[in-house]
Design a protein around this ligand. Sequence first.
Ligand SMILES: Nc1ncnc2c1ncn2[C@@H]1O[C@H](COP(=O)(O)OP(=O)(O)OP(=O)(O)O)[C@@H](O)[C@H]1O
Length: 644
Amino acid sequence: MSTAPGQTASVRGSQEAAASPADVSEIGSGASAGATYPGAIASDAATARLLPVADNRRCLAWATGYARRRPGLLAAALGAMVVTAAMGLAAPLATGEIVQALVERRGRGAAIGPVIRLALAVLVGALAARAAGRLSARLVLPAVAELREDVLAAAVALPVDVAEAGGSGDLISRVCNDVDQITDAAQESLADFTSAALAICAAFIGLAALDWRFLLAALPAVPIQLWTLRWYLRSSRPVYAAGRIAEGRRTESLLGTFAALPTVRALRLGPARRAAAAQSSLDAVSYEIQATRLATRFYGRLNGAELIGLGTILATAAVLIHDGGTTVGAATSAALFFVGLFNPINTVLGVFDDLQQAGAGIARLLGVRDHAAVVVPASGRGAAADTDTATATADTDADADASLVIDEVSFRYGPPGGPGRPGTPEAVSGISIDIAPDRHVAVVGVSGSGKSTLAGLAAGLYTPGSGSVTIGGTPVAGRVALIAQQPHLFAGTVADNLRLAAPKADDAQISAALTATGALPWVSALPQGTDTLIGAGGHPLTGGQAQHLALARLLLLDPPFVILDEATAEGGSDAARSLDAAARAAIRDRGALIIAHRLSQVVAAAQIVVLADGRAVERGTHDELLAADGHYAHLWQAWSRHRT
Ligand SMILES: Nc1ncnc2c1ncn2[C@@H]1O[C@H](COP(=O)(O)OP(=O)(O)OP(=O)(O)O)[C@@H](O)[C@H]1O
């Protein structure tokens, strides 16, 4: 009897659903990775490092807020569904009338009226169903698109350590799997659910209208169905929740391998990575199998409920007909009403599962969006022009004269917002640097002294464990650009890559940026000049050329502050000189924190800060530090010897 309309038993569960009251806890505190805000929950200890998930109330508020903005569309979609459901009653009623006419031997003419009414109802019902589908798609799909764009903007704006708290797999699985699931549910399940729920109401009203005793006879099936649904939701939630997490781990394991292909090949890690991927796949599949088993039992129990309900209706009909309490035609309509309930009930219960999973997806997406609203200041959200890793937006009037202030900043690698992994020493400890606009401060130190970590903190990529990084008193996120050691080039043309920083830049501005950084000669020599495809699968570029483009991109972005993290460390001597000149052009007239291996780059800095073991152990100008004959003087002597 029962089938599973649109039902798949894939495991896509909900972290939110898995959270029991005991393990629901608000995340951290403060305007950092561990910010607390209403509606945020962490699911359990195992997922404590994943991004937060919004609670049910927050999801409901989002959905009702969205629906309120489109009252006309909502009313029209619901109206079309009500008409569809009402027209669904026509077939059982017409069949009952025809049967009754046959029983009473009223002749063929008696069937003409019911047949015409049935044909009209089918036509109107089909038109209404079509309108309901289109209207609900127009209502719901833009909401999903809006949410996906918000989450993407939030993910780009979040500090890297926060966004990747649970590995990039968590974020990717939210933006891809969860969005797919919500889109599927929005396209089909939501409209199916609402139409089926209305059809059920219409059928019960029809049963009551025929004879209240038919309604009573249908009721014994209801508690069994409700109990079955309750059992299924309780049993399936933890399986779905664990399955969703296992899927995230599988994605993480595959992505980790692809991202580190050179290392995997160099160290022959292939078999180990394959084993790890196989294990994570096996985990995910085992949850899918469990979910399939549960779904099979679920539909089996529903079939039992329907058998009992139809049995009681037929028995009631037999008694009523025998006692003259009803006609054969009405009994036929009643039985058909009940049989007609099978599909809508199965649809409601079946797509309930899809909707539950879509709800979990919405909670996960809202979790990222809301988290960014707390962690990232408004200035850093939305506009996410990118250089290489960090983001920057144009200066505001309020910030025009403000310094970039790094105040007593400490950082330890580990879970964001947390105290760091036990036993992990601080990578950066109590460092303060004040960079006025137009001032250039250099940071030097031996390998592992904390320079890159400081660069990430100054750019707002990492969240300080203590202390703060601010411009004009507000967090820096979105206002400082970072040229990282290995600039990323996106698949696209040279011009596409540059326009990421300034989408409206014309050809003249692109050429000017390339000229200023000295990249124009070699870009012009590329097969199609600025239209040459670069990045993955495109024309290969050297590390120095990639840095040239990163510096040109910086010029187009024109941020108030820039962090150069060994941006010109690559390249041979001629290339190095050319990149030094490009870097000087890029930081002219803006505040800069320069992290460089070649000390020739830092001689002209207004201040040089020397790091050792994550602490600032010396600071001053080049001449002052040479005269002090300390760490810097020794670094300088070693570097000068190496250079000659
Ligand atoms: N992702 C990470 N997880 C854990 N520890 C890290 C991580 N990145 C850096 N560290 C540690 O933090 C400390 C500072 O590293 P950092 O890369 O900031 O130094 P650095 O001066 O930039 O070194 P280099 O010049 O070699 O790039 C080192 O002890 C390093 O091992």
